[in-house]
Design a protein around this ligand. Sequence first.
Ligand code: MLC
Ligand code: AMP
Length: 496
Amino acid sequence: MAWHMAAVQLLERVQEGGARTAILDDDGAHTYGELAVQSTAVASALLRDAPSLSGCRVAIMAAPGHRFVAALVGTWLAGGVAVPLCAQHPAPELQYVLRDTGAQRALADAAHHPRLQRLFTEALQLESLTQACIKPLPAVASTDRALILYSSGTTSRPKGVVSTHANIQAMIMPLVSSWDWRADDRILHVLPLHHAHGLINALLCCLWAGATCEFLPRFDARMVWERLGKATLLMGVPTMYHKLLTVWRAAPRTVQAAWADAARKPRLMVSGSSALPTALFDAWAEVTGQRLLERYGMTEMGMALSNPLHGERRSGTVGQPLPGIAVRLVGEDGRAVAGEGAPGELQVRGSSVFMEYWNRPAMTRQAFKAGWFCTGDMAVMERGYYRILGRISVDIIKSGGYKVSALEVEEVLRQHPAIDQCAVVGVPDPEWGERICAAVVLRTGCVLSAASLRAWVKARMAFYKAPTRIILVDALPHNGIGKVQKARVQQLFAEY
Ligand code: MLC
Ligand code: AMP
C-alpha cells in the first residue's frame, strides 16, 4: 500500500530503528521496535471495527514518555486527528477543548485515566492496549488533518490550530536538516507536549532522525543540570534558561563546576517561544560556553526563522528563514517593506503553514492576506538577520513561553461576583518574559484578597493564565479598554 503521510513515514523510521533506543522515561528504555508495536496496538484498539477513524478527534492525556508517543502515532495510523491535552489544566479548560474539538475517542495512561474518564466517558487506558488484536490499517493522505493544538487569540477563547500530515512533515524536515539531527543524537526533553515547541521541534524531529528522546517528567532545573552531560541537544523557553541559571548560582562551588562542565557537552542548545534577552544569552554563554541558538516560530506554522547551526548566532535576533519558508514584512499601508531597517508585520508562506482554525472559517480567512499568513508579530531586518520587535496586539501576552490572551483572562475575572471592572496586561519580567498582571475594581462593599482571587482563576484556567500580580484600584483609566488605556494600566504596575 502506498502511504503518503508524515505519521507513516515516522512509523517507517520507527520500524527501521529496530533495537535502537527511542525513548527514555520513568519506565526505562523503549526501542523503536517496541514503539512500533505499541503504536499499531493503539491504532487497532481505536479502530474497533471501523476501517478508518476518518478524521475522528482523539484526545490524549499521558505523561511525557513512550505511552504518549504510542498514542500519538497510533492515532495517526488509524486515520485520527490527535488532540494532546495538558494534564495540569483544570477541568473547565479541558472540557472546553474536548467540546470544541468534538473529540470522539480518548486515550490516557493509567495515571491520568481516572481524570480523563470523569471528563469523557469511555477513555481507553493505554497500558491495556498492548495485547489488542492487530487490525488492517487505513491509508491516510498527506492532506488529511493530523493534529489540533490550542493557541490563544485576541478576540475569543483559544482556537484549535489544525495541521495536516503534510504540514507536520514540512515543519519537521527543515529543522532536521538545518540543525543536523542525527541518529546518534539524544535530546533532554523538558517541554510540554501540547505545544509545537515540545511536540514538533523536540519530539517529532528526534523520532524522524531515529535519535533518542530522554523525557523528564516535568521541567526541574536541578534535574536538568544533573542529566545534561548525557544529552547532545537541549531545547527550552527563555524562562527555563533563566531558572537553570538561578539554581546554578545558588549551588555550592563544586556542584557549579560539575554542572558547568556537563553543560559544555551537548552539541546544540536552542531557545525559542519568546524573546531571549541578550543578558540571558550572555550569562548562559559565560557559565556553559554555549551560544544559544534562537529561533522564531508559531503553532500555526512551526518554525519560520532560525539562527544558523554553523555561522554567526546573533543575540537579540532570530536569524533567517528556514528552507522552504518565505517571509515578508508588511508596513501599515499594506505594502511589503523593502530593504533593511524598516519594521513591518511578519507574514509567512510555506507548506508548513496550518490548514485552518478548527470550526472557525471566518478566523481562518482573517489570518491570511493574499495567501500570506499574518503572524501578528512586528519584525525588522538588520544586517541580514530578522529581529522580532513584539506583538501588534497589546492583548497577547507571552509568559513563560505560553501565549495568553489578556481579554480571555479579563472575561473570566469579570465572572467573579465581587469584581466590577478589570484590565489585564503583560508586564516585562526578566524571568517570565512578561508577567500577567490584573488591575481590579471591586463592587461597592466587596472585599477580596489577591491570593483568593488568584486561586479562583487557577480553578478555572490554565495556571499560567492566573495573574501573578493583582492590584485593587478605585477606577481604571478609561475603563481599561484599548491600546492607550492598556499602556496606562502597565504604567500603574511599573509605579506600584
Ligand atoms: C508558572 N508560574 C508562573 C508562570 N508559570 N508565574 C508567572 N508566570 C508564569 N508564566 C508559577 C506557578 O503558578 C507556580 O506558582 C510557580 O510558578 C511554579 O509553577 P511551575 O509550573 O512549577 O513552574 P515551572 O514548572 O517552573 O514552569 C515554568 C516553565 C513552564 C518555564 C517550565 O512555564 C513551561 O513549561 N513553559 C513552556 C511553554 C511552552 O512550551 N511554550 C511553547 C508554545 S509553542 P504558585 O504560586 O502557584 O506555586 C510556541 C511556538 C514556538 O510558542 O515558537 O515555540
Ligand atoms: P504560540 O502562538 O504559542 O505558538 O506562540 C507564537 C508566538 O511566540 C509568536 O507569534 C511570537 O510572538 C512568539 N515567539 C516565538 N519565538 C519567538 C522568539 N524567538 N522571539 C520572540 N517571540 C517569539
